[in-house]
Design a protein around this ligand. Structure first.
Ligand SMILES: [Zn+2]
Length: 335
């Protein structure tokens, strides 16, 4: 079996790790947009989720990873077969994937040999209950990005064509990475991602050396290294499982709600989407910290990743979005 780099052993990249942990606690936060140059290890971080996240139970042989009797599933609609454990799916969507490959298509082989209409599940089926990762999402055709965002918001994939009518569950967290210098995403698409983070290669000498040291140990399958980080991953996994259970009981006071609204007003972020994401994400953060209610300190920790990509361009203000968010946080929430 191919070994994935341990999540906890990744040096730095705090914000991206935080965003992935929070979406693992509450997938309804929505997708994560990752900005950064090539070679910053974005895909390593996403792949390392395989080792970090708890296994899922799913019905043996089901291509949609169902856990229960499911009328939406051709495989599990009649009786529940044996359950098996498998890793949380982390599915790669390669650039140049056709729409058929993404949403699924008519299985021509079955159609020709047996004269039956049979559905061949696509990437949206495999990603159900997991993550869907697209490197260079800004180079993907807009209509496919649109489609992915639609499905991830509704949790269902509906295919109606070639005489087929199939609907199946497709609940996943969309993670798209992109280099802003190679093409921008339309603002309407930007706003539909829950969170955004910026990743950079480590600039500090010590940090760079640490990256190399750990990578070498990993490549050499150093047993002490693997054992140590496996333990760290399982500590983190337990925290995520605890946070998932606690999430629905986390309270949010009117005072904190008011601060959320003020923050969004101060930044002029359009619509309510930013505010709703801010509330949901700060709850996940509070739950991760084992708090019973959201405090201003959690709001502070998530504001930038929730709002950074939703700011209207201000022609008189050319500072980066992160700095504008930081300024607004200071104004509204105090230092
Ligand atoms: Zn099923």
């Amino acid at each position: 079996m191919k070994l994935d780099y341990p999540f906890s052993a990744i040096v730095g990249q705090k914000t991206m790790k935080q965003a992935l942990i929070l979406t693992a606690i509450d997938p309804l936060i929505g997708g994560v947009l990752v900005f950064g140059e090539r070679g910053t290890g974005k895909s390593t971080i996403v792949r390392s989720l395989t080792a970090l996240l708890p296994e899922i139970k799913s019905i043996k042989g089901c291509p949609y990873n169902c856990e229960n009797l499911n009328e939406n599933c051709s495989h599990c609609s009649v009786s529940v077969k044996k359950l098996e454990k498998k890793p949380t799916p982390i599915v790669d969507l390669p650039l140049g994937s056709t729409e058929d490959r993404v949403v699924g298509s008519l299985n021509l082989e079955v159609a020709l040999s047996q004269g039956k209409k049979s559905f061949e599940p696509g990437l949206l089926a495999h990603a159900n209950r997991g993550y869907l990762y697209i490197d260079e999402v800004n180079l993907l055709e807009d209509h496919i990005v649109d489609l992915l965002l639609d499905v991830s918001a509704s949790g269902e994939n509906l295919i109606e064509r070639e005489g087929l009518s199939v609907k199946h569950d497709s609940k996943f967290v969309l993670v798209g990475s992109g280099n802003p210098e190679e093409g921008e995403l339309r603002p309407q698409l930007l706003d539909r991602f829950g969170l955004s983070v910026e990743v950079k290669s480590p600039r500090e000498l010590e940090e760079r050396m640490e990256v190399i040291k750990r990578r070498t140990k990993f490549d050499n399958k150093d047993q002490d290294f693997l054992l140590f980080w496996e333990k760290e991953d399982s500590k983190l996994r337990r925290k995520i499982i605890r946070a998932r259970k606690k999430l629905n009981d986390v309270k949010i006071s009117n005072e904190v709600l008011e601060s959320c609204a003020k923050l969004c007003l101060a930044l002029g972020s359009d619509g309510l989407r930013g505010e709703l994401t801010l509330i949901r994400t700060s709850k996940a953060q509070a739950s991760f910290e084992n708090k019973d209610s959201v405090e201003i300190s959690q709001l502070r920790k998530v504001a930038s990743i929730c709002l950074g990509h939703r700011l209207r361009k201000d022609p008189l203000d050319d500072v980066g979005s992160n700095i504008r968010v930081e300024r607004a946080i200071e104004e509204v929430l105090g230092k």
